[in-house]
Design a protein around this ligand. Sequence first.
Ligand code: HAM
Length: 440
Amino acid sequence: MAEINKAIRGTADVLPNDSYKWQFVEQKMLETASLFGFKEIRVPVIEHTEVFTKSVGDTTDVVQKEMYTFNDKGDRSITLRPELTAGTVRAAIEHGLLNDALPLKVCYIGSCYRYEKPQAGRYREFHQFGVECFGAAVPAADAEVISLASRVLSNIGIKNLSLEINSIGCPECRKNYHAALKEYFEGNKELLCDTCKDRLDRNPMRILDCKCPECKKVAENAPVVIDYLCDDCAAHFEGVKKHLDAANMKYTVNPKIVRGLDYYTRTVFEFISGDIGAQATVCGGGRYDGLVGQMGGPKTAALGFAMGIERLMLVLDAQKAEFAPAKSCDVYIAPMGEAASLAATSLCTLLREEGFMALTDISGRGLKAQMKYADKIGAAFSAVIGDNELETGKCNLKNMQTGDTVEVSIPDGLVGAVYEAKISVMLEGIENATENFSVK
Ligand code: HAM
């Protein structure tokens, strides 16, 4: 029986004390992408299965082994997205976005699902930030997208990454390459896994990214695609390298990068970290000039990348990155008694309208326990409100770090617009106090 108190294998919770790190990273990603002209797109988690089989490719590991596919109640085959490029292309075609001014530049953050063997950095539910750029055929586009990836990574504070690039050519140059690969693997056929034996005829390039150790070993000495590029693809790759140089980007050409998805053409690239073990690729992407046409849209050159947010978190942890601290409580209002509790509710409402994180008792605790709690959550200030404070319209605002107090006025009832003027005096009092105590 399923354990209902345990997350599904390969999935993870982001807990309240960690979510500010995710918020920081995601905000930097969207901010940086927007500097390059990318706008956010949000596409569904579920798509018709064909969206992925026709794009990612039915001979890839992702489609053959890793997709979460099921029939819905209308007997349609549905798949939880293993990545977001396919859905983004589907959306761009469906909504006619490719008929507008090009290039179309979109970015996304979303969860992905792959039935992989979980290990550090490899999960069944994970999250990607990515971008897709449509209608951009020239090498300057490749360099721009790669430098955006690099800028995102540096803006979130990731260090020590290496950028590896390759070109895997177009369908034309791939014909000769496939023939060479086939010949090579035919000679080692008995060492390949069953899936790869099948790939030998259908798509020999996919053997190169099989995860089986035996296939990996055989693939080590296989011919490399960069030696089979046609003139146009070779010229494009030279152009990409020149533009990367012009953008001051350091890279190495790794002829072994082929990427695990079928839609790529020409430039492919990966950012690799030396700090997180085997699952070291934090970002992968490339050009896919044939995909839009293949999925029924207008023939459109396109490219993009995606980065795994969990892997980035692992790198940030490994590099002991500093995050700006999460926002914590500005003022804790500790009421004593029913009337004070109403006053605290009004006061918190007003304080929050002024942009303060104001908290009060919602657990029915006594004063001592409330102050212990205020201390535990790191409240900067606290104010006790009881009958006396309600009567005098004044309370003591306490700096929780120094223990200093300052007297500020509060309105008698604290409820209703009649008292707003007085409230603003108190808010001013808090702001002054905050400045004087120089904690915030
Ligand atoms: P991908 O290489 O399959 O490419 O995934 C991109 C990134 O997602 C990887 O580099 C890795 O950081 C992260 N990732 C992949 N699988 C997992 C996993 N099981 N657990 C944790 N992280 C993972 C794509 O998905 C393409 N759609 C990228 C792209 C966009 N190409 C062009 N446009």
